[in-house]
Write a protein that binds this ligand. Sequence first.
Ligand code: SAH
Length: 357
Amino acid sequence: MTPLAAALARRIAAGGPIGIDTYMAECLMHPDHGYYATRDPFGRGGDFITAPEISQMFGEMLGLCLAQVWLDQGQPAPFVLAECGPGRGTLMADVLRAIRAVPGMAEAAEVHLVETSATLRERQRATLAPRAVTWHESVATLPRAPLFLLANEFFDALPIRQFIRQGPAWAERQVGLKEGRLSFGLAPPAPLEALQHRHGDTRDGDVVETCPTAAPIMTEIAARIAAQGGVALIVDYGHWRSLGDTFQAVKDHQPCDPLAAPGEADLTAHVDFEPLAQAARAAGAQASAMTAQGVLLERLGITARAEALARRLDGTALQAHIAAHRRLTHPEEMGQVFQSLAVYPATAPLPPGFDAD
Ligand code: SAH
């Protein structure tokens, strides 16, 4: 048993089963034993690899998108260049390099990072040095200024709840104890106002997931963008609206049982884009249509960039570069599983690369 498994078992023995959201929050962010709190999980030696770690081209394309939006909105200066869940800081570093192509933009950017892990904050500081960076525990403390915000594989790490349809009611899936070990169980079914809208597209036994913190975070972001200008670019794996169990654990690049090693495996769930777009619109901003990552990157010019970079490479470096381009864009790799959403002011044009709503 991991130290966190023992602590969770004691807590459940004393207070009863916990929601998957509570379990996920403890596993990822517990200050001593949490997955992100204790390690840098990215890259080939880690548990998983993300788009910015696959190739610099990912951040460069998002940087070009931000640059066009900055020009379209009259070059606000200064502005807040923010990222939620920046991991190693690689995406922000690539964006800062790409926006240097636009005179004045990098100089006008004040970098703000929303990151709860102290270990990863250190890593981000090292990646972005000598740039001054301000960290935040949550989006609530981001300054009220034009906001240009990125979030790649951030929303998938936010705790989810799962509910199983039972007639007109829903039974929450919980983490309890069976013979001293963590095990899934069900709370008694109850009607649930928040899932009324799912009665039409679900049947008995279907699993529906909610992410209680996602919409409030989007509301904070979109309210700033509606009032002060800017844009948010959200990229993650998911769907418009989910159906089924997407709660998953990954350790050493392999899927594993989410209850097997609390604090030692990455836990994620697919992101629902519908509640994000709805929260953005309710806060007075516009939301694009959900746009496949591969389509977005192609429209932003990744193939031309890939060809330019390829001219400087040969041998295995060239092969790796070609594979990275394919991995980011191809529909059978990350191109379709990963989706994106842009949130922008009611009066501003659609950010480049995105489908209109
Ligand atoms: N965007 C990076 C890392 C994705 S992993 C990349 O693409 O490589 C998720 C990141 O979100 C990590 O940096 C993790 O520490 C951070 N994170 C997870 N939950 C968070 C929360 N509730 N608030 C702030 N940061 C969080």
